[in-house]
Design a protein around this ligand. Structure first.
Ligand SMILES: C[S@@+](CC[C@H](N)C(=O)[O-])C[C@H]1O[C@@H](n2cnc3c(N)ncnc32)[C@H](O)[C@@H]1O
Length: 198
């Protein structure tokens, strides 16, 4: 637990040092910090999953900005790409990608509170390139999407061979692994896999 907290603080420090050079992003990130002082995202997720009667209720976790940065570079993300985050959580990563990589971003998330607050922040900061859908990842439309990021379980979906899929810790069966690389999370180091369908 102590190591986990230490890593969270390290990420916080790295965020301030690296990404707060952009005042707009600094304000956006601080707005998140203020809003979520009053509502712990881990608790929000746990209550939502409990209500749904899910067995695994401690499934929430967040990707550090440095890891989004690494994934965007490794996948060669361009302004013309459309990045979809399946299970976007609080939406912080979606804003990072749209702000620094300047591409269109779609966050898909089923927890209404996360989606609502992400949309509020989008409006406040006029982040027109980002949109959020309060939907299930199994049924969301993949039209126009070129890169999918998933930190969670893969729903049985058909992908066009042109779409790049990034998964964490394990590749998805039935997809070709294009390449893999190390990434950091508060719980430790793991591999990310860039995959495409055959
Ligand atoms: C491990 S968290 C990752 C959050 C975010 N992607 C990040 O990396 O910081 C997984 C997220 O996916 C959402 N999620 C899980 N299953 C989902 C589903 N079937 N439809 C929509 N969202 C889902 C959860 O509510 C949670 O916010």
């Amino acid at each position: 637990m102590l190591i986990f907290k230490k890593r969270l603080w390290k990420d916080r420090f790295a965020t301030i040092q690296t990404y707060y050079k952009s005042p707009k992003f600094a304000f956006l990130d601080l707005t998140y910090w203020v809003i979520y002082c009053f509502s712990n995202p881990y608790r929000v997720s746990r209550k939502f999953l409990q209500k749904r009667g899910e067995k695994e209720i401690y499934a929430y976790g967040e990707t550090p900005y440095v890891t989004y940065h690494k994934m965007a570079c490794e996948v060669g993300l361009k302004e013309t790409d459309v990045w979809m985050e399946m299970g976007s959580g609080r939406g912080k990563g979606c804003f990072w990608v749209a702000h620094f990589m300047k591409c269109r971003v779609i966050g898909v998330e089923w927890i209404p509170q996360f989606v609502y607050l992400s949309k509020v922040i989008r409006t406040l900061f006029r982040m027109k390139k980002v949109s959020f859908r309060g939907e299930e990842i199994q049924t969301t439309s993949l039209e126009g999407v070129t890169v999918i990021y998933l930190y969670g379980l893969w729903p049985p979906l058909q992908l066009s061979p042109k779409v790049k899929l990034i998964t964490i810790s394990e590749p998805i069966e039935g997809f070709r692994v294009v390449h893999s690389f190390w990434v950091r999370f508060p719980w430790g180091r793991t591999r990310a896999y860039v995959q495409q369908s055959f």
